[in-house]
Design a binder for this molecule. Structure first.
Ligand code: MLT
Length: 334
């Protein structure tokens, strides 16, 4: 081959190599449907909307996120197994509604296991939370992309003021289909009524239940204050609503797209977390002033005492892994 032809091919090869390494090479375009069960503009919506914006930016538009609020693509109770099957891409599910599919999650649902939101954030954002997410993925195939903001559930009742634990007696108290929460309501003296999340608005409207609990933002987002007159600060059950993704969807992404999704999830979670933290007290005041709710802060000591028995019961029956995690959470409080 003449020398000038060899030089030409060598130059062409060098240019092609440079182009190949000049920037990320994106895989095929992928669409992801992200579902949740509260309204579009609720606190869960804030995380989902930010996730969409950031995923689309970080993936150079090769990953599109479709927002599916309001139970359009499933419910909190069915979405986890749907992600295991790969029929749902991604969903925001409250920790307590994950437990029926992954019982170890109940460690985080134990009443009064966390002393304050800072303790909860420290556990979830630290080593314990990272190890837990890895383990959940290995054991279920579902990816926990981000924990989302943390908060405590607060009790509300339609007609019954709760000034002390004695006032809980006999209340028809809605709990999710979660054993820890059923046992906790029972230990507090209420009559637990286990209902799916989607059934709560009707149960409140018809008076089938006397009360329940949720995060403050959810009580506002779902307009529960229209039926419930009393807001009772118990801070008894900690909660967070992680963003999960099915492995089937994850495997459609190349490495750069996976990185874009993980980074977007972490940042969207931090964004939502900041808003929840900043607005908590404002939301409580909103529920009082605009929502017309009366606020109560009963002495929590008797609630904590009874909760201890529930913690011990679950730690005893759930086995060594569960107990080890309980110990790690307690240690993080010190
Ligand atoms: C429930 O009460 O079932 C859930 O916590 C709902 C939610 O807030 O996502």
């Amino acid at each position: 081959m003449p020398k000038n032809r060899i030089r030409y091919f060598a130059k062409a090869l060098a240019t092609a190599t440079m182009l190949a390494f000049a920037g990320p090479v994106w895989a095929d375009d992928v669409e992801i449907n992200v579902g949740w069960e509260t309204p579009a503009d609720s606190k869960l919506g804030i995380l989902a909307v930010k996730f969409k914006e950031l995923v689309e930016e970080y993936s150079n538009g090769t990953v599109t996120v479709n927002l599916r609020c309001c139970g359009q693509i499933g419910s909190e109770e069915t979405a986890f197994s749907a992600m295991q099957l790969g029929t749902v891409d991604a969903f925001l599910i409250s920790s307590n509604n994950v437990s029926p599919n992954y019982p170890l999650m109940n460690v985080f649902v134990l009443p009064y296991i966390f002393q304050n939101p800072g303790h909860m954030a420290k556990v979830l954002e630290g080593d314990v939370g990272r190890k837990f997410a890895d383990r959940l993925q290995q054991e279920t195939g579902v990816h926990l992309l981000a924990y989302g903001g943390v908060f405590f559930r607060e009790a509300f009742t339609i007609d019954t003021p709760v000034e002390s634990i004695a006032d809980m007696k006999g209340l028809k108290y809605r709990v999710p289909q979660n054993r820890v929460m059923i046992e906790t309501a029972d230990a507090f003296g209420a009559q637990p009524v286990a209902l799916a999340w989607s059934e709560v608005p009707t149960a409140l409207q018809t008076g089938a239940i006397d009360g329940s609990d949720n995060g403050l933002a959810t009580i506002r987002d779902m307009k529960f204050y229209e039926f419930a007159n009393h807001l009772i600060r118990l801070d008894h059950i900690a909660a967070f609503v992680p963003l999960f993704m099915s492995d089937r969807t994850m495997q459609k992404l190349d490495d750069d797209q996976k990185e874009a999704v993980r980074r977007a999830a972490a940042e969207a979670s931090a964004h939502q977390s900041e808003i929840i933290r900043k607005e908590e007290e404002q939301t409580r005041q909103w529920l009082k002033e605009k929502g017309g709710m009366t606020l109560y802060s009963p002495d929590t000591a008797p609630f904590i005492e009874r909760a201890q028995a529930v913690q011990d019961q679950f730690a005893e029956e759930a086995g060594a892994d569960f107990q080890a995690l309980v110990e790690e959470i307690r240690a993080a409080a010190e």
